[in-house]
Design a protein around this ligand. Structure first.
Ligand SMILES: *Cc1c(COP(=O)(O)O)cnc(C)c1O
Length: 433
């Protein structure tokens, strides 16, 4: 298949003179995979269309939100109706109350919730709350987990086991990351050691309970339970960042799937149904520390926006009344996961696939991939080549080895088969070292 991309090319050339890299979020520039990004004009179901009229089966789903597929009729109608009633009030509206009720009903550990506008805002606020609630400063974060781009979470490990974390971006002062402790993912002994070395100083742990931002990594249940027990023992706050996994691996997120309850949960992506909406929530006792009931300040002009909450409410209502949609998505995801592994094997391509529910990553390496160090051992050049081959065949994967592919309820058996047929061709074309 040869695709014309002239209009995408023109728009990107124009965009590069207007925005850094021509994008508003770095990964969209395709720097990790090479090739030229496409400019998207519209999307429907599991398909997206670029400005040159090329159609792709979409496995990015706006980086997670589109569990129900693009432009779902019921969600669009809810948004259209809300728009007619005004775009923003800066005061409580009925829809945000109903959305809060749905979140609390569906996510087991959440008793109180605060709506915000992005995942970054949710995690930043949850960390502040953990610190304000405990009166402690240190936060444990794990290597390879992404929690948005707030200063204290843009940190990487320094040299040596327990040295101070270092800024992971220019512009972050070292003073801001010195209370962030970076530990390897999936390694309970490292967390035990940190608590032993700093008793009464650790405010909390923030973790992606299934990692998606270094590619998909599913930690052991014992590990998550171990974190829960350590936090309980030391009076620290356990924060599950379920911005990606919430309403994705199950209606109630990872916590519902594995039965381990955090103190605070961050949600984003699906909870906004494709609109800019996220939230943090958890135990009543902790959440009551947020202003105006408590001393931890956090606010937002557009928080609980009526259009965003309308999209979120419609999305969660559909999920709630059709729980069987997860079985269908699980089946399709497994079909794709096993199909890709089998095809790679048939073509002599070294690859392994990690998956939970409808999020998965095909790592170009032998595996197993269990943490950031093992993830980094992937052949990213080969992933880039595979990615470009798939795009040529009309399959839109994440433009980085270290991201998840998402399947939604709009991906049918036929689309999975079409994707596997495309993968067959893309694998065959790979250059071998
Ligand atoms: C996407 C993501 C975020 C950041 O959310 P934004 O809305 O992009 O700010 C935080 N945590 C996790 C786990 C994510 O996947």
């Amino acid at each position: 298949m040869t695709l014309t991309r002239s209009r995408s090319r023109d728009l990107l050339a124009q965009a590069e003179n207007l925005m850094p890299g021509g994008v508003n979020s770095p990964v969209r520039a395709f720097r990790a995979v090479g090739g030229e990004p496409v400019v998207i004009e519209s999307a429907s179901g599991c398909r997206i269309k670029d400005v040159d009229g090329n159609e792709y089966i979409d496995y990015i789903g706006s980086w997670g939100p589109m569990l129900l597929g693009h432009a779902h009729e019921e969600v669009i109608q809810a948004v259209e109706k809300a728009v007619r009633a005004g775009l923003s009030f800066g005061a409580t509206n009925p829809c945000e109350v109903e959305l809060a009720e749905l979140i609390i009903e569906m996510v087991p550990s959440v008793e109180r919730v605060r709506l915000v506008n992005s995942g970054t805002e949710a995690t930043m606020s949850a960390v502040r709350l953990a610190r304000g609630y405990t009166g402690r400063h240190d936060i444990i974060k794990f290597e390879g987990c992404y929690h948005g781009h707030s200063d204290c979470l843009l940190a990487k490990a320094g040299s040596g086991a327990m040295t101070l974390a270092l800024p992971d971006s220019a512009g972050v002062p070292p003073a801001v990351t010195q209370n962030t402790i970076i530990l390897p993912y999936n390694d309970l002994a490292a967390v035990e050691k940190a608590f032993a070395e700093k008793p009464d100083q650790i405010a909390g742990i923030i973790i992606e309970p299934v990692a998606g931002n270094m590619g998909v990594i599913v930690p052991s249940t014992e590990y998550l339970q171990g974190l829960r027990d350590l936090c309980t023992k030391h009076g620290a706050v356990l924060i599950f960042d379920e911005v990606m996994t919430g309403f994705r691996v199950a209606a109630g997120g990872v916590q519902a799937r594995v039965g381990i309850m955090p103190d605070l949960t961050c949600l984003g992506k699906i909870v906004g149904g494709g609109m800019p909406l996220a939230c943090y929530g958890g135990k009543k006792e902790i959440m009551e520390c947020v202003a105006p009931t408590g001393p931890v300040y956090q606010a937002g002009t557009l928080s609980g926006n009526p259009i965003a909450t309308a999209a979120g409410r419609a999305t969660l209502e559909i999920i709630k009344r059709t729980p069987q949609l997860y079985d269908q998505i699980e089946k399709r995801s497994e079909q794709l996961h096993l199909g890709l592994e089998k095809l790679a094997d048939r073509h002599g391509v070294v690859a392994c696939s990690n998956r939970m529910g409808s999020m998965m990553t095909l790592f170009f390496q032998e595996g197993p991939v269990v943490d950031y160090d093992t993830a980094k051992a992937s052949n990213t050049d080969m992933y880039g080549e595979f990615f470009r081959g798939m795009l040529t065949e009309g399959i839109y994967l994440a433009p980085s080895q270290f991201e998840a592919a998402f399947i939604g309820s709009a991906h049918g058996e036929q689309e999975i088969e079409q994707t596997l047929a495309a993968a067959d061709k893309a694998f065959a074309k790979l250059t071998r070292a």
